[in-house]
Design a protein around this ligand. Structure first.
Ligand code: CA
Length: 228
């Protein structure tokens, strides 16, 4: 089982919000719901989801404004946004406004089509959540079966080390701070000391070298860790 992706559904119509959330949950997503733009921005501030499905017509702060604000901020810019809109003319306007939305779907939409678009976005930004295989040099990670090999040898990894490695392999070269790793691997609700990260990084390094090969992880002084 791949890691459960998180999605934020922003829709003011209760019935539409529930149908959409229900379908996403049935597809294995962890869903949070917002009924207006303010609530959406607040929820993203608390914990950025893997993807946002955002209705264009919302009271007060419109979907476009929410999109614009999230795409302006460095911490949330990378979260893909699929905009829902009632008419195709609106989609043209959305495109024209260059809000930075990653994709657009016109209502009424088919659930199958929306799911395909959601998956397409995740394949790009969080490939492990849609069961993609990750590859970095001689390391292969299968998020479906949780099997990791290096140069053909199967590596034994604990669940935390597996999640750490997945995070690194999704973005080779990116430097992750201890806090960012805590958020991604342990989740924000759990209190874990940042030193715990160092302990598990140590275990991951050992596991990666259990059949030989150099240490692919880099310690970046004062910043955190990176793969490659
Ligand atoms: Ca609406």
């Amino acid at each position: 089982m791949p890691e459960q992706p998180t999605v934020l559904v922003v829709e003011d119509e209760p019935a539409q919000r529930e149908v959409l959330s229900y379908n996403l949950e049935a597809e294995g997503f962890r869903v949070s719901r917002a009924e207006n733009g303010e609530e959406a921005l607040m929820l993203v501030d608390e914990a950025a989801p893997d993807i946002i499905v955002l209705d264009w017509m919302l009271p007060n702060v419109s979907g476009i404004e929410v999109c614009r604000q999230l795409k302006m901020r460095a911490e949330t810019r990378g979260v893909p946004i699929i905009m829902l809109s009632a008419r195709s003319e609106e989609v043209d306007r959305v495109r024209g406004l260059e809000t930075g939305a990653d994709d657009y779907v016109v209502k009424p939409y088919s659930v199958i089509e929306l799911m395909a678009r959601v998956r397409a976005q995740l394949r790009r930004t969080r490939p492990s959540t849609v069961g993609e295989r990750l590859e970095f040099e001689d390391i292969l990670l299968d998020s479906e079966t949780h099997r990791v090999t290096r140069d053909g040898n199967v590596l034994k990894l604990g669940p935390t080390e597996f999640r750490l490695l997945t995070t690194f392999m999704e973005k080779p070269g990116r430097v992750w701070s201890r806090e960012q790793l805590l958020d991604r691997v342990w989740g924000r609700d759990i209190y874990v000391d940042t030193r715990t990260v160092d302990v598990h990084i140590g275990r991951l390094r050992k596991a990666l070298c259990q059949h030989g090969g150099g240490d692919p992880l880099r310690t970046v002084r004062g910043a955190g860790y990176a793969l490659g």
